[in-house]
Design a protein around this ligand. Structure first.
Ligand SMILES: [Fe+2]
Length: 364
């Protein structure tokens, strides 16, 4: 049988080809406009937008009672994580707070921490169920593998089991700032939920930086490099996120403006091998642009940093913010364990409605 040549996944984007030929001036104009529309995202470290009182939420006793009732129903009916539907796990008092929390993610600082204080009283499988149910109120939960990790991925040091250098989440190493790209899917996760079951005695702090703040810094320092970020790059997907019938890379720009909103797709650890796999050498300007980006996204004065404690659920906007993690005590010494959920938003644009999605993408 004739072999079909492998093709990179075509990633949905509303950005036409000519928009990728953006000039410095047009990018600066778009950046100004985006900052006007998304001013809540223009924060630096020590900004009041990311002060503790503005980013922390907690479960009420009423929410905890509803969670207990739902878990009882699930146990009595022998339901498991992979068979759970949203109808099985209702938290109506949480629903009443979702408008405010979603606004925080969409228009505000881009992240929040929901303190649940449930890690000590739940076993790990019940903890996973609660994380799924709460995150399901934020958005539709996506798979994170083809045949496994359908509801969540456990972020922990997998030691020698992990042989994929692009899967930093399975190691105790420091994770440089990146977005989660969800390479199986045409659309990346809009939100990420990191639900801390166990923390490490040392290290493991999570860091977050706003794409708008990063691009503004770059525009001040090296404006001539700006167009480099709006060109498509090949990303090498993690091994577990590669379709057997597709090439091992996907193509995306690092930054793009979609309806005046700045989106970011980045993981240094995927771009260098991705470009090499695709047979495209990085130009000197591209190398300059990536080097500067790697430096700017790690600047302490741009970053929010926190250490999640057991029971904390960090939910963040993965379209307009990057995140990272400091190194922590490896393996059994630490036991640091986070449950990661990826979500698509149902409540903005076409959401997850297949009809509206097709109409938006294909226009008929
Ligand atoms: Fe990540």
């Amino acid at each position: 049988m004739e072999q079909t040549p492998l093709q990179p996944i075509k990633v949905n984007s509303s950005v036409p080809e000519e928009a990728r030929q953006l000039t410095v001036d047009s990018i600066l104009a778009l950046l100004d406009a985006s900052e006007d529309d998304w001013s809540g995202r223009c924060w630096h470290a020590n900004h009041s937008a990311i002060a503790e009182e503005n980013i922390r939420f907690s479960l009420t006793p009423e929410m905890c009672d509803e969670i207990t009732d739902a878990l009882t129903f699930i146990h009595q009916n022998n339901l498991t994580l992979n068979h759970l539907t949203q109808e099985d796990f209702r938290i109506p008092s949480l629903a009443r707070c979702m408008t405010k929390m979603r606004e925080q993610l969409d228009q505000g600082a881009g992240f929040l921490i929901l303190e649940t204080n449930l890690s000590a009283q739940l076993n790990e499988s019940d903890f996973e169920l609660v994380g799924w149910a709460v995150c399901n109120y934020f958005g539709q939960i996506m798979r994170q593998g083809i045949n496994s990790d359908l509801r969540l991925f456990t972020v922990a040091d997998k030691g020698s089991e992990n042989i994929d250098p692009t899967r930093i989440g399975a190691s105790a190493n420091r994770s440089a700032k990146h977005t989660d790209n969800g390479c199986l899917e045409p659309r990346p996760p809009a939100y990420i939920g990191l639900y801390c079951y166990r923390s490490s005695p040392h290290g493991g702090e999570t860091t977050i930086v706003s794409a708008l703040s990063v691009l503004r810094e770059i525009s001040r320092q090296r404006p001539e490099l700006l167009p480099q970020y709006f060109q498509p790059y090949h990303f090498q997907a993690p091994q577990a996120h590669v379709w057997p019938t597709n090439a091992p890379t996907i193509q995306k720009p690092i930054f793009e403006f979609i309806d005046n909103e700045l989106h970011v797709h980045y993981a240094n650890v995927m771009i260098f091998p991705g470009m090499s796999l695709a047979g495209h050498a990085l130009s000197p300007s591209q190398v300059d642009a990536l080097t500067l980006l790697d430096e700017v996204i790690e600047r302490p004065n741009l970053n929010f940093q926190t250490l999640l404690k057991p029971g904390d659920l960090l939910v963040m906007n993965n379209l307009a913010f990057l995140h990272g993690r400091e190194a922590f005590d490896p393996g059994q010494v630490s036991g640091r364990t986070l449950k990661r959920y990826w979500m698509w938003r149902r409540h903005i644009g076409p959401g997850t409605d297949p009809v509206l999605l097709d109409l938006a993408e294909f226009g008929y």
